[in-house]
Design a protein. Structure first.
Length: 120
């Protein structure tokens, strides 16, 4: 599923991914504590997420449920970034990523394992 989420929508999704299903009121309370949003702001963003198919809202208590996973959003955003900034080339993206800074020995070993597993 390919859904473009804006930063505000991602904040709602992050809470749902972390906490699981929540009534809209509880979601608003958490976002007020964490980032200072008022209830109307949260409800507006929830509505946008519902319209995009990222959240389902039902009864009782306007229970909100994530309809997409964090991995789905990460994969979509990564594809968008690679398409926009690296002409769709994963090789160019990976080269830029590796050029960006030093990796620890553990990170290098982990990346090597991932690449080797792709070959299997």
């Amino acid at each position: 599923m390919k859904i473009k989420l804006f930063d505000s929508e991602l904040k709602v999704m992050e809470v749902l991914w972390r906490e699981g299903d929540l009534p809209a009121g509880q979601l608003a309370k958490i976002l007020k504590e964490e980032i200072g949003w008022n209830r109307n702001t949260t409800y507006t963003v929830i509505k946008k997420c519902v319209e995009k198919g990222a959240v389902r809202r039902g009864e009782p208590n306007f229970m909100c449920s994530a309809m997409i996973t964090k991995v789905q959003v990460q994969n979509y955003e990564t594809e968008e970034l690679i398409g926009k900034m690296f002409d769709g080339s994963k090789e160019k993206f990976f080269a830029a990523f590796l050029d960006g800074g030093k990796l620890s020995k553990e990170e290098m070993e982990s990346l090597k394992r991932m690449v080797m597993e792709l070959d299997e």
